[in-house]
Design a protein around this ligand. Structure first.
Ligand code: FES
Length: 167
C-alpha cells in the first residue's frame, strides 16, 4: 500500500479550501471589475452627442438641454439621458453640468425666487453663479462642471464633461 494516499482529513481540507477559494473569487471578481472597468474603457474625446436644441434659440438665459447616448457597460448596453444648462456668452456656447458639487442633486436655473439669476440646488439650498462658480456660504465646495459643446448643423452638440474653465 502506498504512503501517498490522501487521508480523509486532507481530502476534506483540500475540498473546503477549493470551495472557499471559488466562493471568494466569485465575490471579489465583480468588485475588481467595477474598480477597473472605468480605467479600461476607451473614451473618444471627440465624441459629441447631437441634441434637438437649435443654436439660434439659445440666448444668454440658460436653458436645459437633454441628450441621450448609448452607454456600453461590459456586455450590457443601455440608453442614458443626461442634461446640460446651455447659454450663450456673446457668440460662444457654454454648457454646464446640472450635477451639484455638494451631494449630486440636480440644480435649476433661477430655482430660488430670491436669486433668479443663479443656479439653485433644492436639496440643501446650494447656489452657483451663472458661470457655475459656487457661492460662498452655501454647501457646494466647488464650481459646476462644464461640458464641451459645439454647433453641428445649427444644433447644439454636447461633448465630454470636464472641470469648469470659466471660473
Ligand atoms: S446636494 Fe446640492 S446643495 Fe446639497
Amino acid at each position: 500500500m502506498s504512503n501517498n494516499r490522501v487521508s480523509r482529513r486532507q481530502f476534506l481540507g483540500y475540498t473546503l479550501t477549493g470551495v472557499g477559494g471559488f466562493m471568494a473569487a466569485g465575490m471579489l471578481m465583480p468588485m475588481v471589475r467595477f474598480a477597473v472597468d472605468p480605467i479600461l474603457q476607451q473614451h473618444d474625446a471627440g465624441d459629441y452627442v447631437l441634441t434637438d436644441q437649435a443654436v439660434a434659440d439659445i440666448t444668454e438665459e440658460p436653458v436645459r438641454v437633454d441628450f441621450t447616448f448609448e452607454q456600453v457597460d461590459a456586455w450590457y448596453t443601455s440608453e442614458v439621458t443626461n442634461s446640460a444648462w446651455v447659454y450663450k456668452e456673446g457668440d460662444k456656447l457654454i454648457a454646464l453640468s446640472p450635477v451639484c458639487k455638494h451631494l449630486g442633486c440636480t440644480v435649476n436655473w433661477g430655482g430660488d425666487p430670491e436669486n433668479p439669476t443663479q443656479f439653485f440646488c433644492p436639496c440643501h439650498a446650494g447656489r452657483y453663479e451663472k458661470n457655475g462658480q459656487n457661492i460662498a456660504g452655501t454647501p457646494p465646495l466647488g464650481p459646476l462642471d462644464e461640458y464641451q459643446v459645439q454647433e453641428q448643423d445649427g444644433f447644439v452638440a454636447i461633448g465630454a464633461v470636464r472641470e469648469n474653465t470659466l471660473v
